[in-house]
Design a binder for this molecule. Structure first.
Ligand code: 3H9
Length: 702
């Protein structure tokens, strides 16, 4: 077969090797399915072929069905994946999968259908369909459960996690590890041809023979909160239960039915939008492959508070040495104690091994002396949100770090250009805004200053990947993308309280919508004093005002979780109603002459979400965000917007941009000029979508 054919047929003596060669990730497109099926036919018919190996070119087994074909419907064009897998099941000669890199989704389903699987030690396998709003649709839930048992299947398939090869081996999903995977797979296939075929995964009964009948109900109860509002995780549990309780035929059919149900759901569409948006966000116009990111080998973090400590952990966990710098040994000791505690929790939860945690801790050095930063490639400032203090830190970093080093600020709102002006290297100054808790939250909002160089930007975008984060590049303005939008959302939450809603009601509406946390619970988590300090630096249009509630809360010492009392009382980490806070809110309403009323849930939702969208449109028009999808990624990974609703801008598109405009117009007379629909929103409504209303502007700094 020629080079352009996505499945190569090669022979190693009496073993046929079918190598899938379809860059970038060997996805199982129609061409791949067709040529793989043809290769199997040829191997079946050739009497000289005694066994078959399926492998992937470029060091990777297929990473799944082709996502774009799932969206377009082309995945239903025969031969569909199920046809190819049926061909494998009925094959009279042994077929072995050689997994050198990742085998994911439909790719792993292909491997699970083979008679045996060999993997490289660094390989990773899994069924990540849930992250796309799907369930595995080609027998994945069934074969995985039969090979590894329902408990392991529930854990792996409902989270979509990729398992390291060693773990997959221990679970029985892989038969052996081999560094030279392809050669070992050929030898294994040959052995099976002479010794006899093993039982196929679909016929294995041992791991599903004696399943605790309460397992599935307990799993559903334990995960009800995590799965709320979603379709795919519930269906995955149903399919795994079916694997244990129904006949194989009925269970495979149910899985297919659930797959089709999920495939047709708006959640699948939204999650695929997020998948593509995350990847598009990495692409920065004007910064091509010719711009080489600076290699980051060593970092410094200034400020050992909660954020600084969390950021240091991100580096240490990614294998990078990091120096944590603060003004006193006491501050450093507190920071390190915090880090130790977080690693201990991670070990206790099984997220990392004790050895990994210890190795990471060893990568964290401490210092009170800027003189110790002579060999870092990047320094990230994470001190208190005070412009004077931050400038001072930048001046000192400029004097003490090597001339090639990038200087970054973790500020969530302040002007990057003013910080850059404090240095002799403004082209190497950028923002790297991490989200709290920094070692958990996936988002890194990188900020482009007026003079940030392409290399500095390429470096922090690449750094995000090195740290396992998802990066979005924002222009420089007060609050960048995320906090600029959030301030209006937060402000509305308090206005709703003044008018008659309770913190519980506001949070419940937003949490029912799917956010991880409501706005008032989030304020309590971040600290009401922090929210108030940020607000004091901001100005509002003349026809708007801040609610006095937040200031009062701070004056009365109700700082949120950290003081045990904020919008809620906290008992053993749980939030409880606070009669005192309700009394404070009611007294504010009285003082403002507002007659408290019953505020409907629908109104709460409209008043919280619409300002996000309208401000997002302005951010797009000003070039602070490159694409509407970037804003979605920021809100999903930084602020807990439900990924299965696609982010605020996608949500608005699905609601109908005209309907969003109508709501804004209805609310504008009561709530101020900012509620008037943004120009960009009106243009998008005319065009029918955000992406079709003009090319993304270059990112600006204003
Ligand atoms: C499935 O299998 C359902 C079955 O059960 C159904 C059976 C009936 N298809 O991420 P990267 C593109 S659902 C098409 O930047 P990395 C991606 O868009 C699937 N395209 O690379 C990007 O394009 P561009 C289950 C795909 O090295 C380029 O490849 N599988 C697919 O950081 C590079 O990707 C998954 O969910 C695909 N399946 O990471 C796995 N995958 O250059 C999804 C990627 O134009 N994929 N592309 O932006 C991944 O997790 C990562 O891509 C992977 C590589 C880890 C493989």
């Amino acid at each position: 077969m020629g080079k352009s054919v996505p499945t190569h047929f090669q022979c190693d003596d009496d073993v046929a090797v079918l190598e899938i060669d379809h860059p970038p990730v060997n996805a199982l497109s129609h061409e791949v399915r067709t040529t793989l099926a043809a290769g199997l036919d040829r191997a079946a018919q050739d009497p000289a072929v005694k066994a078959v190996v399926i492998s992937g070119a470029g060091g990777s087994f297929p990473a799944g069905a082709d996502i774009n074909e799932i969206a377009s419907g082309a995945s239903f064009t025969p031969p569909i994946l199920l046809d190819v897998l049926a061909q494998i099941e009925a094959f009279a000669k042994p077929i072995v999968a050689a997994i050198e890199g990742v085998a994911l989704g439909g790719g792993f389903e292909l491997a699970l259908t083979c008679h045996a699987r060999l993997a490289a030690p660094q390989a990773r396998v899994g069924l990540p369909e849930v992250k796309l709003g799907l369930i595995p649709g080609a027998g994945g839930t069934q074969r995985f459960t039969r090979l590894a048992g329902p408990q392991a299947a529930l854990q792996a398939i409902t989270t979509g996690e990729a398992l390291p090869a060693e773990r997959a081996l221990a679970l029985g999903l892989i038969d052996a590890l081999a560094a030279d995977t392809r050669a070992a797979a050929i030898a294994h296939a040959r052995r099976l041809a002479s010794e006899g075929m093993p039982v196929l995964a679909s016929q294995r009964e041992d791991k599903i023979a004696q399943v605790d009948p309460t397992l599935f109900e307990s799993w559903r109860t334990a995960n009800a909160h995590r799965y709320r509002g979603q379709l795919a995780p519930w269906r995955i549990v149903d399919a795994i239960e079916a694997a244990c309780t129904r006949t194989p035929r009925a269970a495979f059919e149910l899985e297919r039915q659930y797959y089709l149900e999920c495939r047709d759901s708006p959640q699948r569409e939204a999650l695929m939008h997020v998948f593509h948006a995350e990847r598009a966000a990495r692409k920065i116009p004007g910064i091509g492959a010719d711009v080489t990111p600076l290699p980051i080998r060593r970092a410094a973090i200034v400020g050992a508070g909660t954020m600084g400590a969390g950021i240091a952990m991100c580096f240490a966990s990614a294998g990078l040495p990091v120096i944590l710098l603060d003004v006193s040994d006491a501050a450093l000791a507190r920071g390190v104690a915090h880090i130790r505690e977080l690693y201990a929790q991670a070990v206790a939860r099984g997220r990392v091994t004790r050895e990994q945690a210890e190795a990471a801790l060893e990568r964290i050095g401490t210092s009170v002396d800027y003189g110790s930063l002579g060999d870092v490639d990047i320094a990230i400032e994470a001190v208190f949100e005070d412009p004077v203090l931050k400038r001072e830190v930048f001046e000192r970093l400029d004097r003490s770090t090597p001339s090639h080093a990038i200087l970054a600020s973790n500020t969530s709102t302040l002007d990057i250009d003013r910080l850059a002006a404090a240095t002799r290297r403004p082209q190497q100054v950028v923002g790297t805004h991490f989200f709290s808790p920094a070692h958990v939250m996936k988002l890194m909002e990188n900020v482009r200053g007026e003079r940030s160089s392409p290399q500095a930007l390429a470096t922090v975008m690449a750094l995000a990947r090195q740290l396992g984060k998802i990066a979005v590049l924002a222009g420089n303005c007060d609050g960048f993308i995320g906090n600029r939008m959030l301030q209006y959302y937060g402000a509305q939450a308090e206005r709703l309280l003044e008018e008659g809603a309770t913190p519980e009601q506001v949070d419940a509406v937003i949490e029912r919508f799917g956010f991880a946390m409501g706005p008032l619970a989030m304020r309590d988590l971040a600290g009401n004093d922090v929210g108030w300090a940020i607000r004091r630096n901001r100005t509002l249009p003349p026809d708007e005002r801040w609610s006095p509630i937040l200031e009062r809360m701070v004056a009365e010492g109700r700082l949120g979780r950290k003081s045990g009392h904020g919008f809620y009382r906290y008992e053993g980490g749980k939030r409880r109603h606070s009669p005192e806070t309700l009394a404070l809110i009611e007294s504010v309403s009285r003082e403002l002459g507002i007659e408290r009323r019953v505020v409907g849930d629908e109104e709460i939702l409209a008043r919280l979400l619409h300002p996000l969208v309208n401000e997002g449109a302005k951010i797009l028009a000003e070039g602070i965000a490159l694409r509407s999808g970037d804003i979605d990624v920021v809100y999903i990974h930084g602020y807990g917007f439900p990924a299965y609703k696609g982010g605020p801008m996608y949500w608005a598109e699905r609601e109908g941009l005209d309907a969003v405009i109508a709501t804004l117009e209805r609310l504008a007379p009561t709530h101020g000029r900012r509620w008037r629909p943004a120009e960009r929103l009106i243009e998008a409504a005319r065009a029918g979508s955000w992406s079709e209303c003009g090319a993304a502007a270059a990112l600006t700094s204003n």
